[in-house]
Ligand binder design. Structure first.
Ligand SMILES: *Cc1c(COP(=O)(O)O)cnc(C)c1O
Length: 484
């Protein structure tokens, strides 16, 4: 037997030209898929026999790339979560773009580890930090970092704020520290509660400030709660405002919160997961006034700017405060004046991840190819579609609007006794593949929630959507009558 050649051991293709043809076929499959979305169901459940294909044993020997690609085409591609489709309106999800898809492939090809060291991928990431500092009116030396999403970005912001409040926290922990307390509105995202749990401060020390009729934080109530906690000997340290709440798209009074935080010397963080990037839209930007005064902002490129998942981001005004919360002098990560280990601040100094992907590339491509104006225009347009949907609901006999429409989220329910049918209607819409809104609770009652985020959604789709809701409501009524 002869020794295996190095060629046999590598994971590169045996024949590059054959691989090139297969890879072009893969790209064609995805381009056909994206170009033909409108004719497909929004969502369909994978059949049991298809799911069973994913309960097999570990493959001991490999298959041909083309054979695996065919399995992908048959068993995976048709059963996505639907968020690319123009009639998907559930939760808060970006639609992706063809440009972002290709850029993500390019990033995978480069396969840069963006935890640190001196290579161009980190310059690209710093370019995004500069762009965001410019967009949000932050100083040019502001610090920033890609993370998976805003859940992580909000958590990391809390860790930065905690270190700013208690210098010894990283060494001493919380045991002998004064009791920290944070504040957010009762409409805040559940990841703020989780950030308090993960940080060890505890959700009992997160005060949920009541909201006004527009579902924005009552700043007067916030003030009173901070004073009460101070009088009790506790240590208020952080206020989390929201720019675009997940339930209704409400925006807190960011200027009012900024004034209060400045007066009381508290860290002012904004959860702008959905709404911060609406600063790109000339119509919405004035509603975000005060964002430029935040100490930190968390937001998602994968939502309203449609960078493919995942692309969360944290921007911090004071680069020293940011680094002080995470940097670690590990010998293995030592910096040198020159060579690959050069560079003063690496991403690993700014967050919990060491190895991390090149998320900046798909974001850079998205801004370079489409430009900030077009991305902002798409945001304005979806807000217009939401107003159009809300107007049709208000004018209708059979639906009622359940919350004011501040951005792109429309919450509504059927009129009269059909209000009980919300869950059944949404399940029918999903299972028939006709549209995909989601359900949320407002004041304890379920409502249909349509978040119009998708750059592919048109005003004709809004009409189709309402017709689909009516058709589902009719089907559910018939079914209930038969069963009742
Ligand atoms: C989506 C969202 C989050 C969570 O962000 P992920 O990227 O899903 O982790 C947090 N807050 C708000 C307001 C959101 O809309």
């Amino acid at each position: 037997m002869s020794e295996p050649s190095p060629r046999d051991e590598s994971l590169d293709p045996e024949a590059w030209e054959a691989f090139r043809a297969s890879a072009h076929g893969a790209l064609d499959t995805m381009i056909d898929h994206l170009a033909g979305l409108r004719g497909k169901p929004v969502w369909q459940a994978p059949p049991e026999e298809t799911r069973a294909h994913f309960r097999k044993a570990l493959p001991r020997s490999g298959e041909d790339f083309d054979a695996v690609l065919d399995t992908f085409r048959a068993d995976i591609l048709p059963y996505g979560s639907g968020n690319t489709h123009p009639l998907f309106m559930g939760w808060v999800q970006g639609a992706g773009t063809p440009v972002g898809m290709v850029a993500d492939m390019l990033a995978a090809g480069i396969n840069a580890n963006c935890g640190g060291r001196d290579h161009i991928a980190l310059d690209v990431e710093r370019q995004i930090v500069l762009w965001m500092a410019e967009l949000f009116g932050f100083p040019r030396d502001a610090s920033g970092l890609f993370l998976t999403g805003s859940s992580q970005a909000n958590f990391c912001a809390l860790i930065v704020a905690r270190r700013a409040a208690l210098e010894g926290i990283r060494r001493d922990g919380l045991v002998r520290a004064p009791q920290l307390v944070a504040y957010t509105s009762s409409e805040a995202h559940s990841c703020i509660v989780q950030a308090m749990e993960l940080s060890g401060i505890g959700s009992a020390h997160l005060r949920l400030v009541p909201v006004d009729g527009a579902r924005a934080m009552r700043v007067g109530a916030l003030d009173a709660m901070i004073e009460q906690d101070r009088a009790a000997g506790l240590l208020p340290f952080l206020v989390v405002g929201t720019a675009g709440t997940v339930n209704t798209g409400a925006i807190d009074d960011l200027t009012g919160i900024a004034d209060l935080c400045a007066a009381k010397k508290l860290w002012f963080h904004v959860d702008g997961a959905l709404g911060a990037l609406a600063a790109l839209s000339p119509d919405v930007a004035p509603g975000l006034r005060g964002l430029e005064r935040a100490d930190s902002i968390a937001f998602d490129f994968h939502k309203w700017t449609h960078v493919p998942y995942d692309a969360g981001f944290l921007l911090v005004r004071d680069p020293k405060a940011h680094k002080a919360a995470f940097a670690n002098p590990a010998a293995y990560l030592q910096r040198e004046p020159e060579g690959l280990a050069a560079g003063e601040t690496w991403p690993v100094d700014l967050g919990p991840d060491l190895s991390r992907s090149f998320r900046a590339l798909k974001t850079w491509f998205t801004f370079k190819v489409h430009g900030a104006e077009k991305l902002g225009g798409a945001i304005s347009r979806t807000c217009g579609l939401a107003r159009n949907l809300a107007a049709q609901i208000v004018a209708s006999q059979d639906f009622v609007l359940a919350a004011p429409v501040r951005l792109n989220i429309v919450c509504f329910r059927p009129a009269g006794r059909n209000a009980d049918l919300v869950r059944d209607i949404v399940m029918d819409l999903h299972t028939t593949g006709s549209a995909a809104p989601s359900v949320t609770q407002l004041d304890g009652a379920p409502v249909i929630r349509a978040a119009i985020l998708n750059h592919r959604t048109t005003s004709a789709d809004i009409d189709t959507f309402l017709e689909a809701v009516r058709a589902s409501m009719a089907r559910v009524e018939v079914r209930n009558r038969v069963e009742g």
